[in-house]
Design a protein around this ligand. Structure first.
Ligand code: HEC
Length: 302
């Protein structure tokens, strides 16, 4: 068919020039999209790998990045103090609400905080009696704060002290001009937990800080400096690196020379110390003890 219009040789020539043409375009494209950008970026320093701490579900309101706080033991609470919406409770609730809740629930409690826009389901409107899953009674709100609402961006605020959770519950109720239907019997029963026992608030540190600390702990301590040590210590240590690790991991030896002897002899030789240490008299353990106390830095308080 096509031979009618072009000869066989002509066709071959056409085809090969087509191949050359396409090949040329491919080479130009290779330069344009891969080689040239490559050359452009060649002298730029590689971007530093950024280590971002894992984000809480809410991102901008990162629950894993709260400020560090010391632990405490709070005394038992008189239920009467927390079950009624006293001005003191409401004041405390207001402060906590502004810090923790306004972003989603809004200053007026209408569920219209700027951070809550677009969240599905939307943050609860505290001014309306509708839609409460755990209920708008004190017990319901308290439960929401303890457990959050699963599958939504309402997280648990279970690290708040009980008194603070109650302050928030009262403050949340204060937005709603409708009966919250608290049942006096239920409230009385509920109140018992506050009087029951002192509350322990554990110390908290943000996740990013914990990660840095963990990293430090996984690094081996420097080996025991036996070069400048007494003959006694040098004789007792078989593996300076392992010995340093042993003394860091189990700090019970710091109590007394006897404790040191127990720790060293019990694990030798796998703990880096020599089995021959078992034969040392108490006097020499005392010398070893004071030398090691000076040589091994006290672990950081956590
Ligand atoms: C990241 C946004 C966000 C923050 C911050 C937040 N909430 Fe919520 N909250 C929600 C959402 C979303 C819902 C609705 C959940 C649903 O519909 O199941 C909700 C629901 C609630 C409810 C109603 C639960 C029910 O029974 O249906 C209460 C009470 C509540 N939040 C209290 C608080 C308090 C108090 C704070 C501050 C300590 C707070 N929330 C902080 C998003 C948030």
């Amino acid at each position: 068919m096509i031979e009618q219009y072009v000869s066989h040789d002509e066709l071959k020539r056409l085809l090969s020039s087509l191949v050359v043409f396409v090949g040329g375009i491919l080479i130009v494209a290779l330069f344009a999209f891969i080689v040239v950008p490559g050359i452009r970026n060649a002298n730029k320093p590689a971007a530093a790998p950024s280590i971002t701490p894992p984000q809480g579900e809410t991102g901008w309101l990162d629950l894993t990045e709260y400020p560090p706080s010391k632990g405490a033991v709070l005394p038992a609470i008189d239920p009467k103090e927390v079950l009624t919406a006293t001005p003191a409770m409401l004041d405390r609730g207001k402060v906590l609400y502004a810090q923790n809740c306004t972003a989603c629930h809004g200053v007026q409690g209408r569920g219209d905080g700027s951070g809550g826009a677009g969240i599905r389901p939307p943050p609860r409107d505290f001014t309306s009696p509708d839609g409460w899953k755990n209920g708008s009674r004190l017990t319901g709100i308290y439960q929401t704060l303890q457990n959050g609402v699963k599958g939504t961006s309402m997280a648990a605020f279970d690290t708040l002290p009980k008194r603070d959770s109650m302050a928030l519950a009262h403050y949340v109720q204060s937005f709603g001009n409708f009966p919250h239907a608290d049942d006096p019997k239920e409230i009385e029963e509920f109140g018992k937990q506050f009087a029951a026992a002192a509350e322990v608030v554990p110390p908290r540190i943000p996740v990013s800080m914990a990660m840095v600390k963990l990293e430090g702990e996984f690094q081996s301590p420097p080996p025991l400096g036996v070069a400048r040590a007494s003959d006694l210590l040098r004789g007792a240590v078989e593996d300076p690196e392992r010995a340093a690790l042993t003394l860091r991991e189990d700090t019970s030896w710091r109590e007394s020379p006897e404790a040191l002897a127990r720790a060293v002899v019990g694990g030798a030789p796998f703990n880096g110390f020599s089995t021959s240490a078992a034969t040392l008299p108490l006097q020499q353990w005392k010398e070893l003890y004071s030398e090691l106390l000076g040589a091994v830095p006290e672990p950081e308080r956590k």
